[in-house]
Design a protein around this ligand. Sequence first.
Ligand SMILES: [Zn+2]
Length: 287
Amino acid sequence: MHSLVFSVKKKGFPKFKSRKNPLQSFSVPQGYDVDFETHKIRLPKIGWVKTKLHRRYEGISKTATVSVTPTSQFYISILVDDGQEQPVVQHFDENTTVGVDVGIKDFAILSNGEKIGNPRYLKKSLLRMKVLQRRLSRKQKGSNNKNKAKQAMAKLHEIIHNQRNDFQHKLSFRLVCENQAIALETLNVAGMLKNHKLAQHIADASWSSFVTQLEYKAQRHGKTILRIGQFEPSSKICSKCGYYNRKLSLADRDWVCPDCGTHHDRDINAAINIRKFALDKQNSIGI
Ligand SMILES: [Zn+2]
């Protein structure tokens, strides 16, 4: 059995009624069709919707789950019985587990000290979007120019989406290949909804799609995703001696532990702690 995830083009898709629950989904146990030629999925009561079918699959389709993220990204995941056994889950320990922290400046920071920024082509597009947005806000409502600017924005959104997808596919594949387990912080979905800043929205949506990719790649390759709660103080604890630095503020990008004297890069220290907390949690539940 494998679970496949497809992203859905929003057009022609129904709105979910409740806005209270940030991550909404419904299951379709049967009665849906997948057309690989036209890249469409037909859902009961909804009809055909355009999707991005990442790959063809063979086997018996089981339940399909449709979900929508707070930023209105739609996904359909289909459980497929392809007659194949699940891969054997690889053993992992401290040396074969990587901790991953979400960055503000960088896309992700790894517990081995590596910082992974967004690729240059993506940064360029994001910058261009800021410019377009400013331009759009200055145009008169209902004017021809406003419509043109809107179209340009929509096109750029699409380009950014593809560029990001490409980058995330490569990165998630690499992380899954190089490690037996990957430790992450659980995303704060409630916080995401409160934040109306566009840039932050995009960053959050980007992280959640990255985690989705990590999850299904890990599952296919017998690797494990470990999670810690978002309120565990991964930034404030010295990963060397365990000292709790209450005074650390968001502006402090690096700090020296008053107890053991270790100099920490804030994000790398957090990534090391994410790995540590995740493994401790795993051990304490006796797996
Ligand atoms: Zn210390």
